[in-house]
Structures are given as structure tokens and as C-alpha cells.
Design a protein around this ligand. Structure first.
Ligand SMILES: [Zn+2]
Length: 187
């Protein structure tokens, strides 16, 4: 899955993390969606390689999609900080995986197990299987959270590692803020 928009900044590193990052808040609140409505969310997910649903997303489906987003964020944020995810969150996510696997299409081929969502192609199922892919990825241990906002990303660097979701969104502003704080302190 390649991103339709090419940019110099590294991005989240996995489509499921891009989904978790669909909040626009500065700082550690998660109250503002980065999409205005379901149509915009579907378009955003299509750019990440998800298939558009055959029917428009209903309000109930949207509610479930957002529960998945916030529960997975809580669990992955804990993991990024080196903690175990909360029991309730882990339970919700494992139950989600079991349910989605029930309806998924499993295929054993030359390259091993291929898991695809049911032909109905609902967004929630696709997202849950994308989470499954991320959880099994050898990159999973490299998930980090932006120091300024709640966006998660896979840190592919070495050494001290990456601190910001992106320089333009958080890095530059955080640096300017700490520069101003040092100036105030010096004055
Ligand atoms: Zn950030």
C-alpha cells in the first residue's frame, strides 16, 4: 500500500496508524476529527489502500469505527509508552479480531496465509484486519507517539529516534515554544 500523496516527511508508517491519526487536536486531547464526514473519511482511507464500502457508512457504523479508533489508540499509546494496554481495551480489540476473522476470507497459498475481509467489504472489518496486520508486523515494537499530539508512527530511525508525528505539524511548533520558554527564562 503506497500513499497517493508523496511528501518528504515520513508519515505514520502503516495504514492503520494513519487511521488512528485522524484527529486534528493539538496536544493530548482527541476531540476533533480530521475529517468532516463519512465521505471524507472513506476518501482518506482509500488513499491508504482500503476499499470503499458498497453502501454509505451509517451513523451506527461510524460510531463503531470511532470506538475502534479510540480503543486501539488507548492500547497502542500505552504500548508506545512501554506499558501493557488496559484490560478492557485489550479485551475489546481481541473480541473484534475474533469476530472479524469469523467472516474473513482465509487463503493458504505459496506465500502463506492471506487474510481478506468478507466480500461485503465493510470499513470496520477492513480496519480490524489492518490492525491485525500491524499487530503481527515486525515493526510493531517501533510504534511511538508524538510528544506534542496523539499521532502514532513507526520510528524507522536509529539513535534517539523520532519525536514528532511531523516537523510541519508539531516539531517546528514545539521547538519554537521551547525556544520562547528559554528566552523568557533568560530574561
Ligand atoms: Zn504531533
Amino acid at each position: 500500500m503506497t500513499k497517493a500523496i508523496s511528501r518528504s516527511e515520513p508519515g505514520a508508517g502503516h495504514p492503520f496508524l494513519t487511521f488512528l491519526n485522524t484527529v486534528a487536536d493539538d496536544g493530548k486531547t482527541r476531540q476533533i476529527n480530521s475529517f468532516q464526514n463519512a465521505t471524507v473519511l472513506v476518501r482518506l482511507l482509500e488513499e491508504e489502500g482500503f476499499a470503499a464500502p458498497s453502501e454509505p457508512i451509517t451513523s451506527t457504523q461510524m460510531r463503531n469505527i470511532l470506538i475502534l479508533r479510540e480503543t486501539a489508540y488507548a492500547a497502542f499509546s500505552a504500548i508506545a509508552a512501554g506499558r501493557a494496554p488496559g484490560r478492557e481495551d485489550a479485551l475489546y480489540l481481541t473480541e473484534t479480531l475474533k469476530t472479524v476473522y469469523q467472516e474473513a476470507e482465509l487463503n493458504i497459498g505459496a506465500e502463506g496465509l492471506a487474510v481478506a475481509p468478507s466480500p461485503l467489504g465493510r470499513v470496520y472489518e477492513q480496519l480490524a484486519l489492518s490492525m491485525d496486520d500491524l499487530l503481527r508486523s515486525d515493526q510493531f515494537g517501533r510504534i511511538r507517539e508524538c510528544r506534542r499530539c496523539t499521532h502514532l508512527f513507526i520510528d524507522k530511525g536509529r539513535g534517539v529516534g523520532r519525536r514528532w508525528c511531523s516537523m510541519s505539524r508539531c516539531g517546528n511548533r514545539a521547538k519554537a515554544e521551547s525556544f520562547r520558554a528559554r528566552q523568557r527564562h533568560a530574561a
